[in-house]
Design a protein around this ligand. Structure first.
Ligand SMILES: Cc1cc2nc3c(=O)[nH]c(=O)nc-3n(C[C@H](O)[C@H](O)[C@H](O)COP(=O)(O)OP(=O)(O)OC[C@H]3O[C@@H](n4cnc5c(N)ncnc54)[C@H](O)[C@@H]3O)c2cc1C
Length: 465
């Protein structure tokens, strides 16, 4: 039996960043909202495991300060983004090469750009892109440095710089009007030397798209390169969970209910395993793609890229500072790695370094040993004494975005039934937030009224309790 006490204007299923940011937009517009989350914590894929003072993310560590929704999403006031060093550090033939730094990567440009956009909107967000974290002076490294490989001559590098500058300033519409190919084929059409493509663009795009074979749509690859060139790669201070927790904290008390699994939905009811039915005026599905298709069987289930993140600690950090290190040689399972505690010191206890490394695609049989051996070559140091803190494997980490990829999948299925999440947009935090933005715009238009229609009531006691 339905009870009036269960009512809210909108019920959102899922408390990942998409569901939480949607809740924020709806409650800010005066629409009462209940968010139902099956897990015991909010955040979905953006979770952070705490082990002995370390903060270990499940996701790979690559957000961009140029993600527009990090600025546009209300509730992210106070989010602190810790940037990597400008550009990336490439490992090739036993050498380290800095590459890909653009004017937008240097100095206070990043923070300045965020601030000026905010003032244009008259908002007082406190999203901050900090300069690199204070860190001890780098120790001497055994790795030989310098040389032009893998990027080619100075002329080749100048052409790469010009190409990155062009893409940074290109309007999104122009990028989306280009022919759509698999990214690997699209790279060949860039007019850059093969060495620049294989030595820089391939490893960079593989890392940005979680796609080692570059089967992703070239349009999505262009958007990823644009974010790279016009902002700084960064991590949220305190771990990936900082972002959803900030959103959850800024919601009216009693909005989010964890440990509540939704078993079916319609335009005006949501049935849960633990708390019976909720009546409402609209339902927003904000789960991952597979769970969304289980609740609404007509929805498509995409293929997924699998990702493994391995966390190590040592008391002698390698000398790469705050750089993101990419393997241009594909000489082992690690696609990218960083001493994350140098980028964000809050992620490790004093005196310890946290090294987080990402393996894309199916992991090798003994992934821990293979990663440890590969890291020794990448960092040019012995890793035998490094301690493994965690190996996180996510088989369905990010939906693939093969060509032709619809970047704006419909979020309004029927009046009263909406869907958002990274599978409706790009498979990124930006995509998840943007899909929520689109969905809440549709809901507010359909509800046609601003202002509260019901008072949100507390959850009834669990039947199982
Ligand atoms: C290993 C890995 C690496 C990544 N690397 C990057 C990266 O470098 N850069 C980047 O931008 N993005 C990256 N991503 C992607 C990014 O994390 C996701 O795009 C984003 O977190 C998706 O958010 P979401 O809210 O759409 O979905 P989710 O975070 O999946 O949230 C959905 C929520 O719905 C809940 N739910 C599901 N079914 C039910 C139900 N029946 N009832 C109630 N609740 C339910 C789930 O428990 C979950 O909390 C990575 C992801 C992974 C896993």
């Amino acid at each position: 039996m339905l009870e009036p006490a269960y009512q809210a204007d909108v019920v959102i299923v899922g408390a990942g960043v998409a569901g939480l940011s949607a809740a924020h937009r709806l409650t800010s517009a005066g629409v009462t909202t209940a968010v139902l989350e099956a897990a015991h914590d909010v955040g979905g894929r953006m979770s952070t495991e705490k082990v002995d003072g370390f903060r270990l993310d499940r996701i790979g560590q690559l957000l961009s300060t140029a993600y527009p929704e990090l600025r546009l999403t209300p509730g992210l006031d106070g989010l602190v983004l810790r940037p990597f060093a400008p550009g990336v550090l490439l490992h090739s033939d036993g050498r380290h090469h800095r590459a890909g730094a653009t004017p937008a990567h240097t100095g206070s440009v990043v923070g300045g750009a965020l601030r000026s956009t905010r003032s244009a909107r008259g908002a007082l967000h406190a999203v901050r892109a900090l300069a690199s974290a204070p860190r001890p002076a780098p120790r001497p490294t055994a790795l030989p440095r310098g040389g032009t490989a893998p990027l080619g001559t100075a002329v080749d590098q100048a052409r790469l710089g010009a190409a990155l500058a062009r893409i940074a300033s290109a309007p999104v519409e122009r990028l989306l009007a280009r022919p759509e190919l698999p990214a690997a084929r699209g790279l060949a059409a860039r007019g850059l030397p093969a060495r620049t493509i294989d030595g820089f663009l391939r490893p960079l795009l593989a890392a940005l798209l979680c796609d080692p074979e570059l089967t992703t749509s070239s349009r999505c690859a262009d958007l990823a390169l644009r974010s790279f060139a016009s902002g700084r790669l960064c991590v949220p201070e305190g771990g990936a969970e900082a972002l959803p927790e900030l959103l959850a904290r800024s919601l009216p008390p009693g909005t989010v209910h964890t440990g509540v699994r939704v078993t079916s939905v319609s335009t005006n009811t949501v049935t849960t395993a633990e708390h019976g039915e909720f009546r409402c005026r609209a339902v927003l599905l904000a789960t991952d793609a597979r769970a969304a298709a289980e609740l609404l069987p007509g929805l498509r289930v995409p293929d997924f890229h699998q990702v493994t993140v391995v966390h190590h600690t040592t008391d002698e950090p390698p000398a790469t500072g705050t750089a993101l290190l990419l393997d241009a040689d594909r000489g082992g399972p690690v696609a990218h790695t960083a001493v994350v505690s140098q980028v964000d010191p809050s992620r490790a206890p004093a005196g310890r370094a946290l090294i987080s490394s990402t393996v894309l695609g199916p992991p090798p049989p003994d992934v821990e040993t293979a990663v440890r051996m590969h890291l020794a070559r990448l960092y040019g140091t012995s890793t035998t004494r490094w301690e493994t803190l965690a190996v996180h494997h996510t088989p369905e980490a990010v939906p693939t975005m093969r060509a032709p990829h619809d970047l704006r999948r419909p979020v309004r299925l029927l009046a009263g039934l909406y869907v958002c999440g990274d599978h409706r947009d790009t498979s990124t935090v930006q995509g998840a937030l943007h899909s929520a933005h689109r969905a809440t715009t549709a809901i507010l238009t359909d509800l046609g009224a601003r202002g509260s229609m019901h008072r949100a009531d507390p959850l009834p006691a669990s039947r199982a309790a």
